[in-house]
Design a protein around this ligand. Structure first.
Ligand code: NAD
Ligand code: GLY
Length: 384
C-alpha cells in the first residue's frame, strides 16, 4: 500500500456498533461527518424533520453546516440555542428546551439532534426522553469528552443543588456522529479535559492502551495532520471500550460502574467548586483518578508507582493532578468533600462506593473503604 493510500485508510470513518438489540446504534468516527449529517440521519427518521439543540458557543461554529446538511437531504430543521457551560444543565434550561420543542410543534416522529458537548448531549437527551413521553434523538458530539464518553451509552440528565447528574434517564441515541474535524476549534483546556476520559479507559481496563497513551498522547493532542490519525485511534479505542461495557451492562447493575473511575472524587471536587468553569468535569475526573489510585495504594491494593506514572503523564500533557484547595466556600476540607460523596448515585444503604484498582488496567468497585483512610487520602491530596 502506498503512503497516500495508508494515510487515506487511516483517515476513513470508522464505525463502532453499540450492540443493544433493537436499540443498538452506530457511532461513526472520522472527518467531514457533520456535512453528511442529513445523509446519515435520513434512514432513521419517522418524519422529515429534526429539532436541533445546541449552545451559544457551538451555534456560530456549526449550526449552519448541520442545518444545511439536513435541508439538503429534504429534512425540515428547527432549533434552539442555550447558553454554553455546565450551569445550563439544570431544571430551568430543561424547561426552556422542552418549551421550545413544544412551541415548534415537535411530534412523536420528530428527531431531536444534540449538537454540542456533553452538556448539550445530557440536556437534549433528557428532553428527548420526556418530550411527548419519549422521542428519538441523535448525538453529534463536538468535544473530545462527548465523542469518547457522554454521547455513547444513553445516560442523560441534569445537575441539581444536591449534586451532579442526580436527575436523569437512560435513553439511547439512534446514532452518534463524532466528526473529528470539529475538534480543531476546541480550546486546548477542553481538549485536555476530554483526554482525561480517554485515559480513563486505559486506567480502568486496558493497560496496553494506557501505555500507548503514555507514548502517543502528547502527540495526539498537539494538533495538525499527524496528530489527527493518533487522536482518531484514541477516540475509536475509547468508543469501542465504552460500547462493550454498555452492551454488557446498560443500566449499571455492575460492570458499567467501572466507567465511574475517578468520578466519586471528581464529582465532589466539581460540586465544591460550583459549575461556573473553575474546574471542568474532565479536569475533576483526572484529579479524581489520581486520588482513586492513591487511595488504592494506601489500602495496599495497587503499587504507589502506578499513581506516580499517572501523575507524570497527566502533568506532561497539562492535566491537573491535585484538587483545588479553596472554593467559593473558602478552604476545602476532607469533610466537605466526603459530604458531597454521600450524595453520590452509587451510595448503597448509605455506604460510599468507590472504583478502586489493583493497578493500571485493573479497576473494581468496593463499598469497603474505611473512613479514616479516605480522610487521610483526601487530606494528602489537598496538601498537594
Ligand atoms: P461542554 O458541553 O460544556 O463543552 C465544553 C465547552 O466547549 C462549552 O463551552 C462548549 O460550548 C464548547 N464547545 C463544544 N464544542 C466545541 C467546539 N467544537 N469548538 C469550540 N468550542 C466547543 O462540556 P463537555 O466537556 O463536552 O461535557 C461535560 C458534561 O458531560 C458534564 O456535564 C458531564 O457530567 C457530562 N458527561 C456525561 C456523560 C454521560 O454518560 N452522559 C459522561 C461523561 C460526562
Ligand atoms: N460516564 C459513565 C457512564 O456512561 O456510565
Amino acid at each position: 500500500m502506498s503512503l497516500e493510500a495508508k494515510r487515506q485508510a487511516a483517515a476513513a470513518p470508522a464505525i463502532v456498533r453499540v450492540e443493544l438489540d433493537a436499540r443498538g446504534y452506530d457511532i461513526h468516527v472520522g472527518r467531514g461527518l457533520l456535512a453528511r449529517a442529513g445523509e446519515f440521519a435520513k434512514p432513521l427518521l419517522k418524519q422529515r424533520r429534526v429539532f436541533v439543540v445546541t449552545d451559544s458557543m457551538v451555534a456560530p461554529l456549526y449550526l449552519k453546516a448541520a442545518t444545511s446538511s439536513f435541508e439538503a437531504a429534504g429534512i425540515r430543521v428547527d432549533h434552539t440555542v442555550v447558553p454554553a457551560g455546565e450551569a445550563t444543565k439544570d431544571f430551568a434550561h430543561l424547561e426552556q428546551v422542552l418549551d421550545a420543542m413544544l412551541a415548534a410543534k415537535c411530534e412523536r416522529g420528530t428527531m431531536i439532534v444534540a449538537l454540542g458537548g456533553g452538556v448539550i448531549g445530557d440536556l437534549a437527551g433528557f428532553a428527548a426522553s420526556v418530550l411527548l413521553r419519549g422521542v428519538d434523538f441523535i448525538q453529534i458530539p463536538t468535544t473530545l469528552l462527548s465523542q469518547v464518553d457522554s454521547s455513547v451509552g444513553g445516560k442523560t440528565g441534569i445537575n441539581t443543588a444536591a449534586g451532579k447528574n442526580l436527575v436523569g434517564t437512560f435513553h439511547q441515541p439512534r446514532l452518534v456522529l463524532a466528526d473529528t474535524d470539529v475538534l480543531a476549534t476546541l480550546p486546548r483546556r477542553e481538549l485536555l479535559a476530554g483526554y482525561a476520559e480517554v485515559a480513563k479507559y486505559g486506567l480502568l481496563g486496558d493497560a496496553a492502551f494506557w501505555t500507548w497513551l503514555e507514548q502517543n498522547g502528547a502527540q495526539a493532542l498537539a494538533g495538525g495532520e499527524a496528530s489527527h490519525v493518533l487522536l482518531r485511534h484514541a477516540i475509536v479505542a475509547s468508543c469501542e471500550a465504552k460500547a462493550r461495557v454498555v452492551a454488557a451492562d446498560e443500566r449499571e447493575a455492575g460492570l458499567r460502574a467501572l466507567l465511574n473511575l475517578g468520578h466519586t472524587f471528581g464529582h465532589a471536587f466539581e460540586a465544591e467548586m460550583g459549575y461556573g468553569g473553575a474546574l471542568l468535569h474532565g479536569e475533576a475526573v483526572a484529579i479524581g483518578m489520581v486520588t482513586a489510585f492513591d487511595l488504592s495504594a494506601r489500602l495496599g491494593l495497587s503499587p504507589a508507582t502506578d499513581a506516580d506514572r499517572i501523575r507524570k503523564h497527566f502533568t506532561a500533557v497539562g492535566l491537573p493532578v491535585a484538587p483545588p484547595t479553596r472554593g467559593p466556600r473558602g478552604a476545602i476540607t476532607p469533610e466537605m468533600l466526603i459530604a458531597h460523596m454521600a450524595q453520590d448515585k452509587k451510595t448503597k444503604d448509605g455506604a460510599l462506593t468507590f472504583v478502586l484498582t489493583r493497578g493500571i488496567g485493573a479497576a473494581f468497585t468496593s463499598s469497603d473503604v474505611p473512613l479514616p483512610v479516605l480522610r487521610e487520602t483526601l487530606a494528602a491530596a489537598l496538601a498537594g
